[in-house]
Design a binder for this molecule. Structure first.
Ligand code: FMN
Length: 315
């Protein structure tokens, strides 16, 4: 496939596996890159030495380009940046922060920089900061998200119209049909998170993977907007948040309820009651755990089949 994104990343398909805390290490990233997509290591849950190990292992397991996701809220960010530069990581996806802070430094080291946004306003800021492309993430997405609740279907055309750099769609994409739909809306590529949580190579705990497969329509909700909005499975922890809202909890009380280490507890340790279980609405469509390379193959095949079928429609 030939799009501004395949050219920018030097990959076969404009299909990116999202960087995801506790779920996307070197195994998943290298499997996706080997299948012709772009794999991303999620550094937000890694100590600096752990990221260094994952980058080295990813390099040893794929000859193809891969990336690191750098959430800018991360406390040891300087050490992560040094690891990325030292290991010559070719592409970085920054998120959750101001794109101005690190773009110039990364680019001056020859790194392609992509920034994640969820509104037109922040898309323009990212373009102004000099990033090479943006990920526009809609309301359906798993993990942290914007405040505005703009769905992918509405966000992509608006962002595409506003900026002159390549746009990668994210949020609610789980198969070839939705990939094609996003590209029909103007996206130059897609980023997929939730579907890859349910892959063999994802480092998510098996309890969490099975909870994702059990999700039906309506089983996730975007919450904790006063802290950082996040889409979660409605488990016991989620219901505690709901009760706190009913009792008019302050931001500080919500912060105390969230505490520390909830995401690790839920997604990596597999505590389905007390942990934070981040997943997107697309979980309602997932019914099996597959090897990541097979997921890429299935999505791309369905993309081309759907494109063919649409071309058959008689007008
Ligand atoms: C379990 C999980 C963890 C995530 N962690 C991160 C993260 O560390 N950094 C980030 O920028 N986005 C993160 N995200 C968001 C993804 O990068 C991606 O944009 C999103 O999953 C796309 O929507 P989808 O889940 O509908 O495919 C996470 C998503 C999930 C499901």
């Amino acid at each position: 496939m030939d799009t501004p994104i395949t050219k920018l990343f030097k990959v076969k398909y404009p299909l990116i596996q999202a960087g995801m805390i506790w779920c996307s290490g070197w195994r998943l990233a290298s499997a996706v890159s080997n299948a012709g997509g772009l794999g991303i290591i999620g550094s937000g849950s890694m100590y600096p030495d752990v990221l260094d190990e994952h980058v080295k292992k990813c390099k040893a397991n794929t000859k193809n380009p891969f990336a690191v996701n750098l959430p800018m809220l991360y406390p040891n960010i300087e050490e992560h940046i040094e690891t990325i530069i030292k290991n010559k990581v070719p592409i970085v996806f920054t998120s959750a922060g101001n794109p101005k802070t690190y773009t110039e430094r990364l680019k001056s080291n020859g790194i392609v920089v992509v920034h994640v946004i969820s509104s037109v306003k922040f898309a323009l800021k990212a373009e102004e900061a000099g990033v090479d492309a943006i990920v526009a993430e809609g309301f359906e997405a798993g993990g942290h998200n914007g405040h505005d609740e703009t769905t992918t279907l509405c966000l992509i055309p608006m962002v595409k119209k506003a900026v002159n750099i390549p746009v990668i769609a994210a949020g609610g994409i789980g198969d070839g049909k939705s990939m094609l739909a996003c590209m029909a809306l103007g996206a130059d590529g897609v980023q997929i998170g939730s579907r890859f949580v349910a892959s063999e190579e994802s480092s998510a705990h098996i309890n969490f993977k099975n909870a994702v497969l059990n999700c039906k329509e309506g089983d996730t909700k975007l919450t904790l907007k006063e802290l950082t909005p996040v889409r979660l499975i409605k488990n016991d922890f989620y219901h505690k948040i709901e009760n706190a809202y009913k009792n008019n909890a302050s931001t500080q009380e919500l912060q105390e309820l969230l505490g520390r280490g909830r995401a690790k507890k839920g997604m990596f340790i597999g505590d389905l009651e007390n942990g934070e279980l981040e997943i997107g609405q697309v979980s309602g469509m997932l019914d099996k755990i597959m090897p990541a390379g097979e997921i890429v193959k299935e999505i791309i095949n369905e993309f081309f089949d759907t494109q063919h079928n649409i071309n058959q429609i008689k007008i």
